[in-house]
Design a protein around this ligand. Structure first.
Ligand SMILES: [Zn+2]
Ligand SMILES: [Zn+2]
Ligand SMILES: [Zn+2]
Ligand SMILES: [Zn+2]
Length: 314
């Protein structure tokens, strides 16, 4: 009878000796001692195989549950097995190998293949390329909807007449220092240190080739900054100005909540994480106020604090 023989050595199971029984077979004590337990079912296996989802498994488990594919690598067409690490963005997947060995990455999203270059910035991938904002973009179409939004927050803005597209290395002063003080290779590193658009003395300077999910919220904040500065006779809301502490937090709040409202969650997350480049704890105060009293409460407080600016009470 087959079951009376050891699955591994085919020898008879000595009577009176204990043995392992499972999966419809028996394993003698001797073979059992030399085996390792399958991490999934516990079967004593001579050799464990790597399963991307289940761990180190026996042949039975591997046969029952062969690893599934989770898609094809967009770059090398290889199948990506389940549990394997992958890069997934823009609705495509890239295998870990292609990701790690990429020769160039998109400045904006780090996609591991670029199709063209942005002057002064770096490569750009096939997905980001069509949605980057530059001189030729429909700015009125993109920014127009912000006008009523900002009006509700007490900012009677008009569309900025002049957007100056400026190389980010100029903004960070990197061209002067070697090695650079701010090690920036990608947009998300850049936004650690600076806004990708900034109002200064009636003009808004913008990083060329920003993707819309960054462009629209940051422009929203800077349009508000421009209007505030006009109203209060300031050149900018830069760090040197004590009276600009609340307005800075306010502008950051507008930027952040625009990203959130438009569903640009990645952008919102980054703006939430790195407000320290620009604002202090007042930003967190505004968020707390919003969750307690809703946007109306924030607008009320904002209008009051900003009005106080004119009367020198701050
Ligand atoms: Zn045996
Ligand atoms: Zn098993
Ligand atoms: Zn690949
Ligand atoms: Zn990209």
């Amino acid at each position: 009878m087959e079951a009376e023989h050891c699955y591994y050595c085919q020898g008879p199971i000595p009577s009176g000796q204990s043995f392992y029984e499972g999966r419809g077979v028996k394993v003698c004590l001797n073979c059992f001692r030399g085996a390792k337990a399958c991490t999934h079912c516990g079967f004593p296996a001579k050799e464990l195989k790597n399963h991307p989802k289940l761990g180190k498994v026996c042949d039975f488990c591997l046969a029952e549950r062969p690893p599934q594919t989770q898609g094809q690598c967009h770059l090398c067409q290889r199948e990506i097995k389940e549990g394997e690490r992958e890069y997934a963005e823009h609705g495509v997947k890239v295998c870990l190998n292609c990701f790690n060995t990429a020769k160039s990455r998109c400045f904006t999203c780090r996609f591991p293949k670029t199709v063209s270059k942005l002057e002064g910035q770096g490569g750009v991938c096939e997905f980001c390329k069509p949605r980057l904002i530059g001189k030729g973009s429909d700015l009125a179409g993109l920014l127009g909807p912000l006008v009523p939004f900002l009006a509700a927050f007490g900012h009677p803005v008009t569309l900025p007449k002049q957007l100056v597209f400026l190389d980010w290395r100029i903004v960070l002063g990197m061209q002067k220092e070697d090695p650079p003080r701010f090690p920036v290779n990608f947009l998300d590193e850049y936004v650690h240190w600076a806004y990708p658009a900034y109002h200064l003395d009636q003009k808004i300077y913008v990083l060329p080739g920003l993707p819309a999910p960054w462009f629209v919220p940051v422009l929203c904040g800077q349009m508000a900054a421009l209007e505030l500065c006009q109203r209060h006779g300031l050149k900018h809301l830069g760090l040197g100005q004590a009276r600009a502490v609340f307005p800075r937090a306010w502008v950051h709040y507008l930027t952040y909540s625009t990203a959130l409202r438009l569903g640009h969650l990645e952008v919102a997350k980054k703006l939430r994480r790195w407000p320290e480049v620009y604002v202090g704890p007042e930003f967190e105060d505004l968020l707390r106020l919003e969750s307690a009293k809703g946007p109306k409460g924030v607008i009320q407080l904002g209008l009051k604090r900003l009005a106080d600016l004119t009367q020198g009470r701050w």
